[in-house]
Ligand binder design. Structure first.
Ligand code: NOJ
Length: 742
């Protein structure tokens, strides 16, 4: 039986904790002893309460759950965290209830703030196309500032799942298919959300999700299992999570899927052994929505009690929305099936974060006044970054000298309902973004080109996709048409078997070209790589414009008019046919590599094996020449720096930015390795005619991989390095070879 402190003892205790904790915050001390002191006062019921998370009953981001009594449960100390609390007043109300509980342990408020809170930035995959890590850090920082001002302490982001199958709707949330790049983006986003100090009221805790291998999504189907080799798991899917820990990520979320036979939420080898023991992760793990309860659907647990037993033992600390912990852990502990040490460890991890956030000092510190929010949050400075992020995310795929728009253009047709849509520019996971904050494409063009006549033509019905009657088109100087996905077509539970752009949209592009005989520019919107080979020949220029957020219209107008020269690169391969999925540039070597002259090679008989547009691809209005790479030596020792130089020259007519990509090939290794893999990149901005030498420095660690025993090793031998401005043309340039000595 726990000793219940009287009111006086409690007040003294809380006073002492406050003094200790504020001193510790100033000194960046470890909060573990404070967490221990609170833990000692807690009953078993209160401890289990800390492991329980409910959703605000006014917003659900998963199957609806019945939590009518959550206010009462909060008062009883039976809830540790709430998600989806979207208003300051509601957050205050919940926190006030928590302050009525016996130990007054504050609630932690979490939400999916994925690409902005109110100032919505491009969707994460779009932003990843910028290859601008500082930009991604910055947009996460702004998202965190807006979220924390809204009373939130914690975002369920970044999603750092490597995604190689465009049929999977969630590819939009991540950084694409490359593990090395995905790890860099993971670090940038975690740092952006969290800043340097959890206690800073403008930052929030980040959450590395979904641990692990959720992106495998067999056949692109959401929530399916990941049946992959241990080697692929370690080599491809786990490194971004390791990188997130390097960036000091506060929390992890377990994935819905099973990993090689064990659902991720019950995966002891991954969560308790690897994450907590080997990687020494000291934050806490939250389940995904209902995933503890879903262990029953996976058929590894016969009932909610078994599900709770499996998940908590495996290292899942907090139960999001399945109520399996709150309903069963007390009994499991009392029956000796769950060791109290496991519960204490989980509770301590959660309490520590609450201390680090400064919540014990001031449980209401994050709750600003709602009335001020709009002006304060969706302000000019934030919008400026959103516009810059939009500029830098747009990928130019094709340009038959149609862009930038010549100054002689006076009469422009903007075609398609996406040109006036606000909701779709916000994209999936729009947090508190509102349509009224969005600059539409039409508005963006009107502002950018005040001397032009701009006519909007509906083009097709947004609901049925039927082509609408088209007016006479020959009078326009140029036609800009937006096609592709609505925001509701990519995201969670938005898997597709066919990633072709709707055939009517593609037919529309053809008709616009044939009926106008004027330059037609296609804007491809969407959250995933799409296939559009039917319209491709009829578009003079094609731009991937994702869903760019609140500044979508201005960002697109900047690029079309040449105010911003496009610089983005595809973070995911664009297939030419859905049947090629999953398709990625860094596939393994095969015994029979594709050759167009030999039928007994790795190929399709009904389609080209190559993608439509490769990873790393993206054009500029200017052209660049990248010279063959030169290495400082032919042979290196294990502790030597490998230095490679190359020269980039702007050979075209505009100032522009190139992303020079460095790819590695381990020529012979003990396990099969990718044909090439990205190991570095640099962005260089050059005036017309300017050239610059750039240098890449690698160490032997950069040449390493997981061997057959899943140990990270670097094997001596020959390596090749390639430079280029896409994964495809890099291999066409002359490579530089070197030996790593034994
Ligand atoms: C389910 C999603 O998989 C996850 O990413 C999200 O954070 C939770 N729902 C909460 O909304």
């Amino acid at each position: 039986m726990q000793r219940i402190p009287n009111k006086y003892q409690l007040l003294v205790f809380i006073f002492l904790i406050n003094i200790l904790s504020s001193q510790a915050q100033m000194l960046h001390k470890d909060y573990s002893s404070q967490a221990d002191s609170v833990l000692q006062l807690m009953t078993l019921e209160e401890k289990i309460g800390q492991l329980n998370q409910y959703s605000n009953d006014r917003k659900n981001t998963g199957p609806v759950i019945n939590n009518k009594n959550h206010l009462e449960e909060i008062r009883k100390g039976k809830v540790g965290s709430m998600l989806n609390v979207t208003s300051v007043s509601r957050a205050k109300q919940y926190q006030e209830e928590a302050m009525k509980s016996r130990l007054r342990i504050p609630l932690l408020f979490g939400m999916d703030v994925v690409h902005g809170m109110k100032t919505i930035f491009p969707i994460p995959m779009g932003e990843a196309a910028s290859f601008d890590l500082e930009l991604m850090r910055k947009t996460a920082e702004i998202a965190a500032a807006e979220a924390s001002a809204h009373g939130l302490h914690w975002t369920f982001a970044p999603m750092i799942d490597i995604a190689r199958d465009a049929r999977w709707g969630r590819v939009m949330e991540g950084a694409g298919e490359d593990t090395w790049y995905g790890s860099e983006v993971a670090k940038a986003r975690v740092k952006g959300f969290q800043g340097n100090n959890y206690n800073d009221r403008r930052t929030v805790l980040a959450c590395a999700k979904h641990f692990a291998a959720y992106g495998v999504a067999i056949a692109g189907k959401d929530y399916t299992g990941a049946d992959i080799s241990e080697n692929t798991l370690h080599q491809v899917y786990l490194p971004p999570f390791r990188a997130a820990i390097e960036a000091d990520v506060a929390t992890f979320m377990s994935a819905f899927n099973d990993v090689n036979g064990i659902p991720a939420t019950a995966h002891k080898p991954l969560m308790r052994d690897l994450l907590k023991e080997t990687w020494k992760f000291n934050g806490f793990v939250v389940s995904d929505w209902g995933s503890v309860g879903e262990l029953q659907n996976h058929r590894v647990a016969a009932n909610a009690e078994e599900a709770a037993l499996l998940a908590v033992t495996a290292g899942c600390d907090m139960d999001m929305c399945s109520a399996s912990y709150i309903g069963n852990l007390e009994k499991l502990v009392k029956e000796g099936k769950v060791d109290i040490a496991i519960i204490d460890d989980a509770v301590k991890r959660i309490l520590t974060k609450k201390f680090e956030l400064g919540l014990f000092d001031d449980p209401f510190g994050y709750n600003y006044r709602e009335a001020e929010l709009d002006d304060e949050l969706i302000n000019k400075a934030h919008r400026k970054i959103a516009r810059e992020a939009g500029n830098k995310s747009i990928v130019l795929l094709k340009n038959n000298a149609a862009l930038p728009l010549p100054g002689t253009v006076r009469n422009i047709a903007l075609v398609g309902p996406l040109c006036t849509s606000r909701w779709d520019m916000i994209g999936n996971w729009g947090a508190m973004g509102k349509p009224e904050y969005v600059t539409t494409i039409l508005d963006g063009f009107k502002t950018a080109l005040p001397n032009c006549k701009i006519t909007h033509i509906e083009g097709y019905d947004p609901r049925t996709n039927e082509i609408k009657e088209l007016p006479e088109l020959s009078g326009f100087d140029v036609i800009i048409v937006a096609v592709g996905e609505k925001a509701s077509e990519s995201g969670e539970a938005k898997s597709k078997v066919d990633i072709n752009i709707n055939s009517n949209h593609q037919q529309l592009v053809k008709r616009l070209k044939e009926e106008s005989n004027k330059p037609v520019i296609a804007l491809v919107m969407g959250g995933r790589p799409l296939v559009f080979s039917a319209m491709e020949p009829y578009a003079d220029a094609i731009l991937v414009t994702w869903w760019l957020g609140v500044e979508a219209g201005n960002s697109i107008a900047d690029v079309i008019t040449g105010k911003y020269n496009p610089s983005a690169k595809l973070p995911m391969t664009y297939p030419r046919h859905s049947g090629q999925c999953p398709i990625y540039y860094n596939h393994k070597s095969t015994g029979r590599p594709w050759s167009k002259d030999n039928q007994y090679t790795s190929r399709y008989i009904d389609e080209d094996i190559r993608p439509a547009y490769p990873f790393g691809y993206g054009l500029s209005y200017t052209t660049f020449h990248i010279s063959a790479p030169v290495l400082s030596k032919e042979q290196y020792g294990f502790n030597e720096k490998i230095i490679l130089k190359t020269t980039v020259k702007n050979t075209g007519n505009y100032k522009g930015k190139e992303t020079v990509q460095l790819y590695l090939q381990d020529v012979v290794s003990s396990v099969t390795r990718p044909v090439i893999e990205l190991c570095g990149f640099q962005q260089v901005e050059l005036e017309k005619g300017e050239e610059r030498e750039i240098e890449f420095v690698l160490t032997s660690k950069d040449l390493g991989f997981f061997n057959i025993y899943n140990e990270f090793v670097t094997e001596p031998g020959e390596f090749k390095l390639f430079v280029g401005n896409s994964s495809e043309n890099a291999t066409m340039l002359k490579s530089a070879s070197f030996y790593l000595a034994k």
